[in-house]
Design a binder for this molecule. Sequence first.
Ligand SMILES: *Cc1c(COP(=O)(O)O)cnc(C)c1O
Length: 355
Amino acid sequence: MKKHNFYAGPSILSEYTLNNTAEAIKDFAGTGLSILEISHRSKEFTAVIEEAATLVKELLDIPEGYHVLFLGGGASLQFCMAPFNLLAKKAAYLETGTWAVNAIKEAKLFGEVDIVASSKEANFTFIPKGYTIPTDADYFHITTNNTIYGTEIRKDIDSPIPLVADMSSDIFSRPIDVSKYDLIYAGAQKNLAPAGVTIAIVKESALGKVERSIPTMLDYRTHIKKGSMFNTPPVLPIFAALQTLKWYKELGGIKELEKRDIAKATKLYDAIDSSKMFVGTTAHEDRSIMNVCYVMKPEFTELEKEFVDFASTKGIVGIKGHRSVGGFRASLYNALPIESVDVLINAMKEFEKNH
Ligand SMILES: *Cc1c(COP(=O)(O)O)cnc(C)c1O
């Protein structure tokens, strides 16, 4: 049976990415060797990492003065690397979910942290607004998409101080004005590649402003200087990322991806809003187009597990909500076709009719 993959991460990849990666595991770029057994300094792999960086720059329209890095350690390592490199005295954070909480915890190791606003009391069901960004902080950190809760900041905010963003689960889902950010980072396993590589987009002029010594591997300047090849980079995830980036370009770029993502999310939210059984968990104006979180209305709550089982008979996988929210989470990353959304909506309708 065809599977409809709604996992939140690691998550669905395009057939293009999977097929080309499978091929490269057998025979990479006509070398007669697997990509798994060839030097990362070979000319074939060097071409891969260079093209990947170029395509990220092209797709996101990254201006001069920025570097695209491919790093290990996941987005979680960036929670510490960002303050290590950028926090001299104080940083400001917007607390919008578990990932933001984790980022705040690390930043506190390096200086004062000002949590400018939080939606924690409401289990992160909305994005706080009307807060003031302190102008004496070194940077303001936001999580643009809250993967667990299904809320998203879908525009580039104006910050009076350098802006740092965790875009792990919504990068490549909308055009961004990179010039508004000093640092953007994103783990690959949500919208790009298998786990193992993290993209960092770093403004060169943001670096070198802290006094502390930074361990070599945690210093962005190391990786800038060496073109993400200071040590052995995550070769296979980078190869897979390149395939996805090529596929994105072929599809028409980020604007086209955004159009598709909005169409998928709108369809599913409309189905939830017109249902007697299901209800969304987040504030409408902050709804994520990547992760759609919803539950069953109180009178049907005991049917939640039954629906997950029913959906699985239709090939639907990965819709169980994160344990801190419950219910369901349908992740609609770029590689998910709209047909899978239709299958999910039909399953919801059929289940509702049966009960
Ligand atoms: C998944 C996720 C992370 C954690 O990523 P790792 O690569 O597992 O460290 C951080 N932030 C956001 C927004 C995420 O979705």
